[in-house]
Design a protein around this ligand. Structure first.
Ligand code: AMP
Ligand code: GLY
Length: 421
């Protein structure tokens, strides 16, 4: 079987690694992939957002199954385009990917179907947003409606900060059309949990829960990033809470999407906050998280390709989705300066990483060597029977990773370990 994976990050490397475990897989193409994936996939220089290019390539190479991983191509309709060309594909169609592509769509869906989330108001004129901000208490959260590379959310402690966020999004248009509409939300408090779920539109099977570490610096300080590390499972997510989420959030969301004529098939990612009033949805993503995938997929014991085929065909109910009871810890090595400006082009050296997994992200190949080419350069993931052992192994492996300006958080898993005690 020939597979094609759309995307180029660490998440895609983790997906490819797992897909390769199926003995029927003979070849995996990554579009465009990255230089670090070379031993696991053949990188093809076609952009992840080139719908026609990807479809033409898949037809020419007789690709049997495609996996579309990033939000950009999903929201553009990559799955629709591939399926129209006769290429069976994993991922939601465009009309379902909107659950991530428009925050206002997601909020209206939750309001209509009674799914717990933060109270909100939406605005498409900045004067009205500013007027509203004059009459409310703080903190508040200001969100750009559309995709914004994970940077469209500002948690604002004061009215001045919120006004500035509204002006930046709506007047200065820092996210372009993604800021045409903004959502202003009540600020929730509590531990955050990421739960990635497989769903075929009827049946939903959650993966092991995860805890992302979004801030750039130790102690959850510094700027928000795409994620600096993950542990799985998340100790705050107890079996009782999992049951409540299934009842009040996961199944209602899948049913709501179906009722709206937007059946969601793929990986539905629930970003949750465990508030004093129960679990609430902070965000939906229409895809695997990055770096959540790097941690969670290491614990998947069932066959990923079988699950993905079942999701597409609507047979998830009779397809096993089993996870090991071990713990995973994933730590990102980033370029100095990330998530702000950083330099690239430095050689990447990786040695003696023991049993840990290296998933490459922002790297490119030059001859036999790898060079940095992005903010998040690679991730190191280890699994072990306990979280302290997994974190210890991940950090030990990180000692074998070097590139100029490299930085990583030294406290991935610390909060989770404190919760355990
Ligand atoms: P997102 O880009 O949607 O993942 O949001 C980024 C981060 O903003 C989340 O991980 C939360 O920490 C925070 N956030 C988003 N919405 C809220 C909210 N309503 N209350 C408190 N924090 C929030
Ligand atoms: N790590 C968060 C995300 O993928 O959106």
């Amino acid at each position: 079987m020939k597979l094609m994976v759309i995307g180029s990050g660490g998440r895609e490397h983790a997906l490819i690694r797992k897909l390769r475990e199926n003995p029927a897989v003979t070849r995996i193409y990554a579009l465009p992939g990255n230089g670090g994936m070379a031993p696991d996939a053949e990188c093809v220089p076609i952009s992840a957002e080139d719908l026609d290019g990807a479809a033409a390539f898949a037809l020419r190479e007789r690709v049997d199954f495609a996996v579309v991983a990033p939000d950009g191509p999903l929201c553009l309709g990559m799955v629709d385009r591939l399926e129209e060309s006769g290429i069976p594909s994993f991922g939601p169609r465009k009309n379902a990917a909107v659950i991530e592509g428009s925050k206002l769509f997601a909020k209206e869906l939750m309001r209509k179907y009674g799914i717990p989330t933060a109270e909100y108001r939406s605005f498409d004129r900045h004067e009205e947003a500013l007027e509203y901000l004059r009459g409310v208490s703080f903190p508040r959260v200001v969100k750009a409606d559309g995709l914004a590379l994970g940077k469209g959310v500002r948690v604002c402690q004061t009215r001045e900060e919120a006004e500035q966020a509204v002006r930046a999004m709506m007047e200065e248009r820092i996210f372009g059309d993604s800021g045409n509409t903004v959502v202003v939300e009540e600020c929730l408090a509590g531990p955050e949990v990421s739960v990635l779920c497989f769903t075929d539109g009827e049946t939903l099977k959650p993966m092991v829960s995860a805890m992302d570490h979004k801030r750039a610096l130790d102690g959850d300080l510094g700027l928000n990033t795409g994620g600096m590390g993950v542990v799985a499972p998340n100790p705050f997510y107890t079996p009782e809470i999992a049951g409540e989420c299934m009842r009040t959030i996961f199944l209602p969301t899948v049913r709501a999407m179906k009722a709206e004529g937007r059946t969601f098939k793929g990986c539905l990612y629930f970003g949750l906050m465990l508030t004093a009033d129960g679990p609430k949805v902070i965000e939906y993503n229409c895809r695997f998280g990055d770096p959540e995938a790097q941690a969670v997929l290491k614990l998947l014991e069932s066959d990923l390709l079988d699950i993905m085929v079942a999701v597409r065909e609507g047979t998830l109910a009779r397809t096993p989705v089993e996870f090991s009871r071990e713990h995973a810890c994933c730590v990102i090595a980033a370029s100095g300066g990330y998530p702000e400006a950083y330099e690239t082009g430095f050689p990447v050296a990786v040695q003696n990483t023991g049993g840990a997994f290296i998933d490459y992200a922002g790297v490119k190949r030059g001859g036999d060597a790898l060079y940095t080419a992005g903010g998040r350069v690679l991730s190191v993931t280890a699994t072990a029977p306990t979280l302290p052992e997994a974190a210890g192994a991940a950090y030990q492996a990180m000692d074998g990773v070097h590139f100029e300006g490299m930085r990583f958080r030294r406290d991935i898993g610390k909060r989770a370990m404190e919760e355990r005690v």
